[in-house]
Design a protein around this ligand. Structure first.
Ligand code: FAD
Ligand code: A2P
Length: 275
Protein backbone atom coordinates (compact mmCIF):
# COMPACT_ATOMS: atom_id res chain seq x y z
CA UNK A 1 0.00 0.00 0.00
CA UNK A 2 2.72 2.49 -0.88
CA UNK A 3 1.61 6.03 -1.54
CA UNK A 4 -1.35 5.88 0.93
CA UNK A 5 -1.54 8.89 3.28
CA UNK A 6 -2.19 7.74 6.83
CA UNK A 7 -3.56 10.41 9.24
CA UNK A 8 -2.91 9.57 12.89
CA UNK A 9 -4.21 11.38 16.01
CA UNK A 10 -0.69 12.68 16.65
CA UNK A 11 -0.87 14.67 13.44
CA UNK A 12 -3.89 16.74 14.69
CA UNK A 13 -2.67 20.07 16.06
CA UNK A 14 -3.59 20.66 19.74
CA UNK A 15 -5.57 23.83 20.65
CA UNK A 16 -3.49 26.42 22.56
CA UNK A 17 -6.13 27.43 25.13
CA UNK A 18 -5.95 26.95 28.92
CA UNK A 19 -6.65 23.27 29.62
CA UNK A 20 -9.95 22.60 31.45
CA UNK A 21 -10.85 26.31 31.52
CA UNK A 22 -14.40 27.28 32.50
CA UNK A 23 -15.97 30.74 32.44
CA UNK A 24 -17.36 32.44 35.55
CA UNK A 25 -21.04 33.35 35.05
CA UNK A 26 -21.99 34.73 38.50
CA UNK A 27 -20.35 35.71 41.81
CA UNK A 28 -22.10 36.49 45.13
CA UNK A 29 -20.29 37.64 48.25
CA UNK A 30 -22.17 36.58 51.39
CA UNK A 31 -19.78 37.79 54.11
CA UNK A 32 -16.16 38.91 54.25
CA UNK A 33 -15.29 35.18 54.69
CA UNK A 34 -17.76 33.50 52.30
CA UNK A 35 -18.76 33.74 48.65
CA UNK A 36 -20.37 31.58 45.98
CA UNK A 37 -19.89 31.51 42.23
CA UNK A 38 -21.14 29.76 39.14
CA UNK A 39 -19.13 28.61 36.11
CA UNK A 40 -19.88 27.03 32.75
CA UNK A 41 -20.13 23.23 32.82
CA UNK A 42 -17.90 21.07 30.64
CA UNK A 43 -20.23 19.28 28.21
CA UNK A 44 -18.70 15.92 29.05
CA UNK A 45 -18.84 16.30 32.85
CA UNK A 46 -21.13 13.80 34.56
CA UNK A 47 -21.17 13.70 38.36
CA UNK A 48 -23.28 12.43 41.23
CA UNK A 49 -24.77 15.11 43.48
CA UNK A 50 -22.51 15.46 46.55
CA UNK A 51 -19.20 14.81 44.76
CA UNK A 52 -16.20 17.17 44.58
CA UNK A 53 -13.73 18.20 41.87
CA UNK A 54 -10.40 20.01 41.75
CA UNK A 55 -10.64 23.66 40.74
CA UNK A 56 -8.20 26.56 40.73
CA UNK A 57 -6.24 29.25 38.97
CA UNK A 58 -2.84 29.54 37.31
CA UNK A 59 -0.16 30.64 39.80
CA UNK A 60 2.43 33.33 39.10
CA UNK A 61 4.72 30.72 37.53
CA UNK A 62 2.05 29.58 35.09
CA UNK A 63 1.35 26.36 36.97
CA UNK A 64 -2.17 25.24 38.01
CA UNK A 65 -2.93 25.91 41.70
CA UNK A 66 -5.77 23.50 42.47
CA UNK A 67 -7.92 22.69 45.53
CA UNK A 68 -10.76 20.25 46.20
CA UNK A 69 -14.24 21.81 45.98
CA UNK A 70 -17.65 20.23 46.48
CA UNK A 71 -19.99 20.93 43.60
CA UNK A 72 -22.87 22.83 45.22
CA UNK A 73 -25.20 22.58 42.23
CA UNK A 74 -27.21 19.44 41.48
CA UNK A 75 -26.20 16.98 38.78
CA UNK A 76 -28.96 18.18 36.41
CA UNK A 77 -27.90 21.85 36.39
CA UNK A 78 -26.50 23.37 33.17
CA UNK A 79 -23.86 25.28 35.14
CA UNK A 80 -21.71 24.41 38.16
CA UNK A 81 -21.95 26.26 41.46
CA UNK A 82 -19.36 26.45 44.23
CA UNK A 83 -19.56 27.84 47.78
CA UNK A 84 -16.23 29.07 49.06
CA UNK A 85 -14.34 30.27 52.08
CA UNK A 86 -11.97 33.25 51.76
CA UNK A 87 -8.79 32.37 53.65
CA UNK A 88 -6.91 35.70 54.05
CA UNK A 89 -3.48 34.26 53.17
CA UNK A 90 -4.74 31.12 51.47
CA UNK A 91 -2.74 30.36 48.32
CA UNK A 92 -5.88 29.86 46.22
CA UNK A 93 -8.73 31.72 47.91
CA UNK A 94 -6.77 34.95 48.52
CA UNK A 95 -6.97 35.23 44.70
CA UNK A 96 -10.11 33.26 43.90
CA UNK A 97 -12.22 35.65 46.00
CA UNK A 98 -11.51 38.37 43.41
CA UNK A 99 -12.90 36.50 40.35
CA UNK A 100 -15.48 38.33 38.28
CA UNK A 101 -18.03 37.32 35.66
CA UNK A 102 -16.20 36.49 32.41
CA UNK A 103 -12.99 35.34 34.15
CA UNK A 104 -11.76 31.80 33.66
CA UNK A 105 -10.97 29.17 36.28
CA UNK A 106 -9.45 25.71 35.88
CA UNK A 107 -11.73 22.73 36.56
CA UNK A 108 -10.48 19.16 36.36
CA UNK A 109 -13.53 17.13 35.27
CA UNK A 110 -12.91 14.10 37.53
CA UNK A 111 -15.61 14.07 40.21
CA UNK A 112 -15.16 11.87 43.30
CA UNK A 113 -16.42 11.66 46.88
CA UNK A 114 -18.24 9.69 49.54
CA UNK A 115 -21.26 11.95 50.08
CA UNK A 116 -23.41 10.23 47.47
CA UNK A 117 -26.79 8.54 47.88
CA UNK A 118 -25.36 5.27 46.55
CA UNK A 119 -23.11 5.01 49.63
CA UNK A 120 -26.10 4.68 51.97
CA UNK A 121 -28.40 1.75 52.61
CA UNK A 122 -32.09 2.45 51.92
CA UNK A 123 -33.81 4.26 54.80
CA UNK A 124 -36.62 6.67 55.67
CA UNK A 125 -34.98 9.74 57.22
CA UNK A 126 -31.85 11.32 55.71
CA UNK A 127 -29.86 13.73 57.89
CA UNK A 128 -27.43 16.23 56.32
CA UNK A 129 -25.07 17.44 59.09
CA UNK A 130 -22.79 20.35 58.18
CA UNK A 131 -20.73 23.17 59.63
CA UNK A 132 -19.50 26.17 57.62
CA UNK A 133 -18.76 25.46 53.94
CA UNK A 134 -19.54 21.81 54.67
CA UNK A 135 -23.00 22.81 53.48
CA UNK A 136 -21.78 22.73 49.83
CA UNK A 137 -22.34 19.03 49.00
CA UNK A 138 -25.78 19.24 50.58
CA UNK A 139 -26.61 22.34 48.53
CA UNK A 140 -26.25 19.89 45.64
CA UNK A 141 -28.13 16.96 47.22
CA UNK A 142 -30.97 19.16 48.52
CA UNK A 143 -31.64 20.17 44.90
CA UNK A 144 -31.59 16.62 43.51
CA UNK A 145 -34.99 14.93 42.96
CA UNK A 146 -33.41 11.53 43.68
CA UNK A 147 -32.90 12.58 47.32
CA UNK A 148 -36.67 12.93 47.77
CA UNK A 149 -37.43 9.81 45.74
CA UNK A 150 -35.24 7.73 48.04
CA UNK A 151 -36.17 9.27 51.42
CA UNK A 152 -39.46 10.25 53.07
CA UNK A 153 -37.90 12.94 55.23
CA UNK A 154 -34.75 14.97 54.62
CA UNK A 155 -33.29 17.06 57.45
CA UNK A 156 -30.66 19.76 56.82
CA UNK A 157 -28.81 20.70 60.04
CA UNK A 158 -26.30 23.51 59.43
CA UNK A 159 -24.32 25.21 62.16
CA UNK A 160 -22.17 28.32 61.96
CA UNK A 161 -20.81 30.77 64.46
CA UNK A 162 -23.01 33.69 63.32
CA UNK A 163 -26.36 34.31 61.61
CA UNK A 164 -24.83 35.90 58.49
CA UNK A 165 -22.78 32.75 57.86
CA UNK A 166 -26.03 30.78 57.50
CA UNK A 167 -27.43 33.10 54.81
CA UNK A 168 -26.34 31.19 51.66
CA UNK A 169 -27.99 28.01 52.96
CA UNK A 170 -31.08 29.82 54.24
CA UNK A 171 -31.69 31.50 50.87
CA UNK A 172 -31.12 28.24 49.03
CA UNK A 173 -33.64 26.33 51.16
CA UNK A 174 -36.15 29.20 50.92
CA UNK A 175 -35.81 29.21 47.12
CA UNK A 176 -36.49 25.48 46.84
CA UNK A 177 -40.17 25.97 47.66
CA UNK A 178 -40.66 27.87 44.39
CA UNK A 179 -38.34 25.71 42.30
CA UNK A 180 -40.28 24.46 39.25
CA UNK A 181 -38.43 21.13 39.21
CA UNK A 182 -38.48 20.07 42.86
CA UNK A 183 -40.70 22.61 44.68
CA UNK A 184 -43.51 20.08 45.09
CA UNK A 185 -41.20 17.23 46.09
CA UNK A 186 -39.60 19.33 48.84
CA UNK A 187 -42.94 20.41 50.36
CA UNK A 188 -43.22 18.80 53.80
CA UNK A 189 -40.22 16.56 53.12
CA UNK A 190 -37.30 18.90 53.72
CA UNK A 191 -36.81 20.12 57.29
CA UNK A 192 -34.26 22.88 57.81
CA UNK A 193 -32.57 23.26 61.22
CA UNK A 194 -29.95 26.04 61.17
CA UNK A 195 -28.18 26.91 64.41
CA UNK A 196 -25.60 29.41 65.59
CA UNK A 197 -23.09 29.00 68.39
CA UNK A 198 -21.67 32.48 68.95
CA UNK A 199 -24.59 34.78 68.15
CA UNK A 200 -28.19 34.77 69.36
CA UNK A 201 -30.63 33.18 66.88
CA UNK A 202 -33.92 31.20 67.09
CA UNK A 203 -32.04 27.88 67.30
CA UNK A 204 -28.71 27.74 69.09
CA UNK A 205 -26.05 25.14 69.78
CA UNK A 206 -23.67 22.67 68.20
CA UNK A 207 -25.12 19.84 66.09
CA UNK A 208 -23.45 17.28 68.35
CA UNK A 209 -25.08 18.76 71.47
CA UNK A 210 -28.51 19.14 69.87
CA UNK A 211 -28.50 15.51 68.74
CA UNK A 212 -27.07 14.09 71.99
CA UNK A 213 -29.48 16.00 74.22
CA UNK A 214 -32.45 15.11 72.01
CA UNK A 215 -33.31 18.82 71.55
CA UNK A 216 -33.16 18.56 67.74
CA UNK A 217 -35.62 15.64 67.70
CA UNK A 218 -38.07 17.46 69.97
CA UNK A 219 -37.83 20.68 67.94
CA UNK A 220 -38.28 18.82 64.64
CA UNK A 221 -41.01 16.50 65.90
CA UNK A 222 -39.03 13.41 64.91
CA UNK A 223 -38.11 10.28 66.87
CA UNK A 224 -34.46 9.81 67.94
CA UNK A 225 -32.23 8.24 65.30
CA UNK A 226 -32.47 4.48 64.85
CA UNK A 227 -30.33 2.13 62.77
CA UNK A 228 -33.23 0.74 60.74
CA UNK A 229 -34.69 4.11 59.74
CA UNK A 230 -32.12 6.92 59.84
CA UNK A 231 -29.26 7.66 57.46
CA UNK A 232 -26.76 10.54 57.69
CA UNK A 233 -24.15 12.42 55.71
CA UNK A 234 -21.56 14.51 57.55
CA UNK A 235 -19.35 17.34 56.26
CA UNK A 236 -17.40 19.74 58.45
CA UNK A 237 -14.04 20.32 60.11
CA UNK A 238 -12.07 17.27 61.23
CA UNK A 239 -12.99 17.87 64.90
CA UNK A 240 -16.68 18.15 64.00
CA UNK A 241 -16.59 15.01 61.87
CA UNK A 242 -14.90 13.01 64.63
CA UNK A 243 -17.40 14.17 67.26
CA UNK A 244 -20.51 13.65 65.09
CA UNK A 245 -19.32 10.18 64.16
CA UNK A 246 -19.32 9.25 67.86
CA UNK A 247 -22.84 10.61 68.29
CA UNK A 248 -24.15 8.69 65.27
CA UNK A 249 -22.47 5.51 66.46
CA UNK A 250 -24.18 6.06 69.80
CA UNK A 251 -27.50 5.77 67.96
CA UNK A 252 -26.34 2.46 66.48
CA UNK A 253 -25.45 3.78 63.00
CA UNK A 254 -22.26 2.56 61.27
CA UNK A 255 -20.02 4.32 58.75
CA UNK A 256 -20.15 3.21 55.11
CA UNK A 257 -18.48 4.03 51.80
CA UNK A 258 -19.13 3.81 48.06
CA UNK A 259 -17.93 0.22 48.08
CA UNK A 260 -19.70 -0.66 51.35
CA UNK A 261 -23.01 1.20 51.79
CA UNK A 262 -24.14 1.54 55.44
CA UNK A 263 -25.99 4.05 57.63
CA UNK A 264 -23.75 7.14 57.39
CA UNK A 265 -20.89 8.65 55.39
CA UNK A 266 -18.39 11.39 56.27
CA UNK A 267 -16.23 13.80 54.29
CA UNK A 268 -13.90 16.61 55.38
CA UNK A 269 -15.05 20.13 54.42
CA UNK A 270 -11.38 21.13 54.39
CA UNK A 271 -7.98 19.93 55.53
CA UNK A 272 -6.56 21.75 58.57
CA UNK A 273 -7.92 22.96 61.85
CA UNK A 274 -9.82 26.07 60.83
CA UNK A 275 -9.00 29.74 60.65
P1 FAD B 1 -5.41 26.23 52.03
O1 FAD B 1 -3.91 26.33 52.09
O2 FAD B 1 -6.03 25.14 51.26
O3 FAD B 1 -6.02 26.30 53.47
C1 FAD B 1 -5.44 27.09 54.48
C2 FAD B 1 -6.18 26.85 55.79
O4 FAD B 1 -7.47 27.47 55.70
C3 FAD B 1 -6.49 25.38 56.10
O5 FAD B 1 -5.42 24.75 56.74
C4 FAD B 1 -7.70 25.50 56.98
O6 FAD B 1 -7.28 25.77 58.29
C5 FAD B 1 -8.43 26.72 56.42
N1 FAD B 1 -9.53 26.35 55.48
C6 FAD B 1 -9.40 25.86 54.21
N2 FAD B 1 -10.60 25.64 53.65
C7 FAD B 1 -11.52 26.00 54.60
C8 FAD B 1 -12.94 25.98 54.62
N3 FAD B 1 -13.66 25.58 53.54
N4 FAD B 1 -13.57 26.41 55.74
C9 FAD B 1 -12.85 26.83 56.81
N5 FAD B 1 -11.50 26.85 56.86
C10 FAD B 1 -10.85 26.45 55.76
N6 FAD B 1 -13.53 24.73 50.55
C11 FAD B 1 -14.56 25.52 50.25
O7 FAD B 1 -14.51 26.73 50.51
N7 FAD B 1 -15.69 25.03 49.64
C12 FAD B 1 -15.82 23.71 49.32
O8 FAD B 1 -16.83 23.29 48.75
C13 FAD B 1 -14.73 22.84 49.66
N8 FAD B 1 -14.80 21.51 49.40
C14 FAD B 1 -13.78 20.69 49.79
C15 FAD B 1 -13.90 19.31 49.61
C16 FAD B 1 -12.87 18.45 50.05
C17 FAD B 1 -13.04 16.95 49.85
C18 FAD B 1 -11.71 19.00 50.66
C19 FAD B 1 -10.60 18.10 51.12
C20 FAD B 1 -11.57 20.36 50.80
C21 FAD B 1 -12.60 21.22 50.40
N9 FAD B 1 -12.51 22.60 50.55
C22 FAD B 1 -13.58 23.41 50.26
C23 FAD B 1 -11.26 23.24 51.03
C24 FAD B 1 -10.45 23.72 49.82
O9 FAD B 1 -9.89 22.58 49.18
C25 FAD B 1 -9.33 24.72 50.18
O10 FAD B 1 -8.65 24.32 51.34
C26 FAD B 1 -9.85 26.14 50.36
O11 FAD B 1 -10.38 26.59 49.13
C27 FAD B 1 -8.75 27.12 50.79
O12 FAD B 1 -7.73 27.10 49.83
P2 FAD B 1 -6.45 28.02 50.01
O13 FAD B 1 -5.42 27.59 49.01
O14 FAD B 1 -6.85 29.46 50.00
O15 FAD B 1 -5.93 27.70 51.48
P1 A2P C 1 -18.37 26.64 68.26
O1 A2P C 1 -18.61 28.08 67.97
O2 A2P C 1 -19.00 26.18 69.55
O3 A2P C 1 -16.91 26.27 68.19
P2 A2P C 1 -15.63 27.03 62.69
O4 A2P C 1 -16.10 28.39 62.22
O5 A2P C 1 -14.65 27.06 63.82
O6 A2P C 1 -15.22 26.12 61.56
O7 A2P C 1 -16.94 26.33 63.30
C1 A2P C 1 -18.15 26.25 62.59
C2 A2P C 1 -19.22 25.76 63.52
O8 A2P C 1 -18.94 24.40 63.89
C3 A2P C 1 -19.28 26.56 64.80
O9 A2P C 1 -20.63 26.83 65.07
C4 A2P C 1 -18.65 25.64 65.82
O10 A2P C 1 -19.16 25.78 67.12
C5 A2P C 1 -19.01 24.28 65.30
N1 A2P C 1 -18.05 23.26 65.72
C6 A2P C 1 -16.70 23.35 65.69
N2 A2P C 1 -16.13 22.24 66.16
C7 A2P C 1 -17.13 21.41 66.50
C8 A2P C 1 -17.17 20.10 67.06
N3 A2P C 1 -16.07 19.43 67.34
N4 A2P C 1 -18.39 19.57 67.28
C9 A2P C 1 -19.52 20.24 66.99
N5 A2P C 1 -19.54 21.47 66.47
C10 A2P C 1 -18.36 22.06 66.22
Amino acid sequence: MTGTLTVTENAVPKPKTLPDAQTVTAVTHWTDRLFSFRVSRPQTLRFRSGEFVMIGLMDDNGRPLLRAYSIASPSWDEELEFYSIKVPDGPLTSRLQHIEVGDQIILRPKPVGTLVLDALLPGEHLWFLATGTGLAPFASLMRDPETYEKFEQVIMMHTCRTVEELEYGRRLVEGLKNDPLIGEMVEGKLLYYPTTTREESPNMGRITDNLSSGKAFVDLGLPPMAQGRDRAMVCGSLAFNVDVKKVLEGFGLTEGANSDPREFVVEKAFVGEGI
